[in-house]
Write a protein that binds this ligand. Sequence first.
Ligand code: KG4
Ligand code: ZN
Length: 347
Amino acid sequence: MQETINILAFESSCDDTSVALVQGKRGDAFPRCLSFSLQSQNEIHEKYGGVVPDLAAREHLRNIVPCLNKVLNDTQVKLEEIDAFAATNQPGLISCLLVGHTAAKTLSFIYEKPFISCHHIHSHLLSIFLEYHPSFPHLTLIASGGHTSLYVVKSLDDFECVGVTLDDAAGEAFDKGAKVLGLGFPGGPELDLLAKKGNSQSYVFSQVKVSGFNFSFSGLKSEFARLCSREGKNLHKANAAASYQKALVSHLLQKIKQALKKFSMEEVIIVGGVARNSLLRQSLEELKKQNEIKHWYAPSPHFCTDNAAMVGVFGYRKFIQREWSPLSDSVFATERLSRKEIQKVKI
Ligand code: KG4
Ligand code: ZN
């Protein structure tokens, strides 16, 4: 029997084409990333101020083989040595998902190895295990351009969604705010940078009131747009960015703190693109210093945003549990939970 398990993973759910090879020794709970390649499409979508699905799908078609070749060249692992082919199948843009999903299925068919469909959000959730070994249970915030949710993570395979955004995702609120300020795309990193030069006390935003551990960002987003148009040329952009960022991060932190208390937990994980945010990271460090939490972890920046290595971790867990997918499996724009998962969700 082979000593190692090699999973080749594909991610193409939105505007990043990514391929990764993750490897674990038999008996390992999670794998490590041997190599991953990523081709982003920011330059293509920038002029439209958002992702254009058909353009994104065409770019995935162009980029997927070069991304695959890079990983195979880096690792010198041959396709014959892959134990399973994994790809994101939900949620995401259908035309985009189809590219990575079909690539993985095709390889699985040719090399007669298992195929595994992967859940994008749950892959983000497992991304932390590429670099850290947090203890269980812990609270995970997934905040990206398309999703914002809170999970109580009891083990590598047992997690429960306890809160979701009722409207926009946190990353979307960052992106829209950046657009109003005339910053580049995606706006989150640019707004984060500009905020460093501003005073976060300059403009005051309302406190978001939403039930349970759910989130809502649309009110703050509209308030920010109104502020910018009201102030016009008098708007101090850096102060506005800093104040808006503070309001968004405060909302995330408020829900994190509430959930930690309710579920008696002391470890927080943040994943997804917004986990790169400097104020969010700094605020968690403050909570740790004040002994409100024991530890907090975030993936390295390249594993926060969409990448195939996290899909590899999800695929690896499914592989070792022999939860393989049929080659007739489909892709979905919104998440489809299994019956087992539906029973667990108590929103
Ligand atoms: O996880 P991701 O690549 O895509 C989705 O699955 O949606 O996250 C992308 C999002 C974008 O909205 C981007 O603006 C945001 O993450 N983002 C940030 C930062 N870096 C990326 N938001 C706030 N601060 C950052 N430093
Ligand atoms: Zn994502």
